[in-house]
Design a protein around this ligand. Structure first.
Ligand SMILES: [Zn+2]
Length: 460
């Protein structure tokens, strides 16, 4: 017997209700009556017909231009799916065996979208138009082919009717598009984001997010959902922890590592960008802890530090540095990097940092002051979510059409940086690069060697 429990349909954004509100004017003040949420039964969510109708409609509208996490060419593959002001309607279907109920999934989709929007807001990307506003003047002459500017679409509304949806979520259930695509896909065994060929004229796409029934853990399901949503919002692999291409190592039955950041976009050691006064824990092990402890000698030595996720054994620091800094081999340390300020002097930019080492037992603190500038001979790319599409160059006499990338980020990435950390009267040359979070290399003259700190994500 099918379960006939009725569930409430949830709406991702309260703002989107605004259009549906009935405002009744009374002499004193308006009374706002919210429309009754629609009801949908669990059994109809579990219907394969519901899952398949959407695929049929989409396959009819498209001549086989389907692609996973992307479009026809490699360049377009990370394009943001939905740009412009129109709100996007979504529906979902699930398998009866899927471990979460319809209401739980409905809440999970809506909270995951809200978390991504908060992320884009935190990094000031929500209000940016794709065209214009760049710090590189040359980039500001590029416009969309129709001269309309566009932002990231931020409004996603649930609908019970999959025939009017542009986005469909499938949980543990497959339709034709997904089964066809899976034959060629090798990327993610637990989830997929598949859309139609990129439409460079109207920017109107339809697509499917598929999440396999790979775990009973709600956090892991959320992690997969956040990852696939990240693709929809144009986030590249390895841009933030949730977009880690190797996430399979943290999820499902065959996981190699345990992480306290499952179901979260960013971690304490790896953020999307450097935020002022936001310390990054360079010694965090929370993101990557072996699932099973090896019973080796070195592990026994480190076990004390290993139980405190932000600390690492002092034995990981080269000997000469231990002596130079007067650190105890048996102690543990926590290393944090804080971006303090950006100083502009004429055309030159300087970035100020604080690198703080704190011993666990002795409570000794060592504070380095860092001053960095963009690495010479390097022209950092303007990264971040964007769209590779047909553009017009206003500065060109012929106004010819070209394919180029417009991004929500308006300035080039500040990494790589070159500079130094100062401790007392001593200067240590250093560089900062990024690979799944920050990598810092510090030159120790007395040891004639580099001391490298990586977070636990970017260790090889
Ligand atoms: Zn992916």
């Amino acid at each position: 017997m099918k379960n006939l429990t009725l569930i409430l349909a949830s709406f991702a954004f309260l703002n989107s209700w605004a259009n549906d509100l009935f405002i009744i004017q009374t002499p004193q003040k308006p009374v706002i009556i919210k429309p009754k949420p629609q009801l949908i039964s669990e059994s109809s969510l579990e219907s394969i017909v519901r899952a398949s109708k959407f695929a049929e409609k989409l396959m009819k509208a498209d001549e086989g231009g389907w692609s996973g996490n992307g479009g026809g060419s490699r360049d377009e593959s990370d394009n943001i799916w939905f740009i412009g002001d129109s709100s996007i309607k979504y529906c979902f279907s699930k398998d009866s065996q899927f471990p979460l109920s319809g209401i739980e999934l409905s809440e999970l989709i809506s909270s995951s979208i809200t978390e991504w929007m908060k992320f884009f807001k935190d990094y000031n990307l929500v209000d940016n138009d794709l065209a214009g506003g760049y710090t590189r003047e040359r980039m500001n002459s590029f416009q969309f082919h129709d001269s309309q500017n566009r932002k990231l679409t931020t409004e996603f509304i649930y609908t019970n009717d999959c025939s009017e949806a542009r986005l469909q979520f499938l949980f543990g259930i497959e339709n034709k598009v997904i089964s066809n695509y899976k034959k060629y896909a090798t990327d993610h065994p637990y989830g997929l984001a598949v859309r139609q060929k990129y439409d460079h004229k109207n920017y109107a796409h339809s697509g499917i997010i598929w999440i396999d029934n790979f775990t009973k853990d709600k956090k892991e399901i959320k992690h997969m959902l956040l990852h696939e949503l990240g693709h929809i919002f144009g986030m590249k692999h390895d841009s933030v922890p949730v977009m880690d291409e190797e996430m399979i190592k943290f999820l499902g039955k065959k996981k190699e590592f345990r992480s306290q950041f499952i179901g979260k976009i960013e971690s304490d050691a790896w953020t999307y960008g450097l935020k002022v006064n936001h310390p990054i824990v360079m010694t965090s092990t929370k993101g990557r802890k072996p699932r099973r402890r090896r019973n080796s000698q070195s592990f026994r030595v480190n076990r004390f530090c290993d139980n405190i996720p932000s600390y690492s054994s002092n034995r990981k620091i080269p000997n000469k540095i231990l002596k130079g800094l007067n650190l105890n081999k048996r102690d543990c340390h926590k290393l944090t990097l804080t971006y303090v300020d950006k100083i502009k002097n004429n055309k030159k930019v300087k970035y100020k940092f604080i690198l703080e080492l704190e011993e666990l037992i002795s409570k000794q603190k060592i504070v380095f002051n860092g001053a960095f500038k963009p690495s010479k001979g390097n022209r950092p790319k303007i990264e971040g979510p964007g769209v590779v599409t047909r553009l017009i160059n206003n500065n060109s006499k012929k106004k010819k059409n070209i394919f180029k990338k417009l991004t929500l980020e308006k300035a080039p990435n500040m990494i790589p940086l070159t500079g130094s950390f100062t401790l007392g009267s001593e200067d240590f040359a250093a560089k900062m690069t990024s690979h799944k979070g920050l990598v810092i290399e510090l030159f120790i003259p007395s040891a004639k060697s580099w001391w490298t700190f990586k977070t636990h994500y970017n260790q090889n």
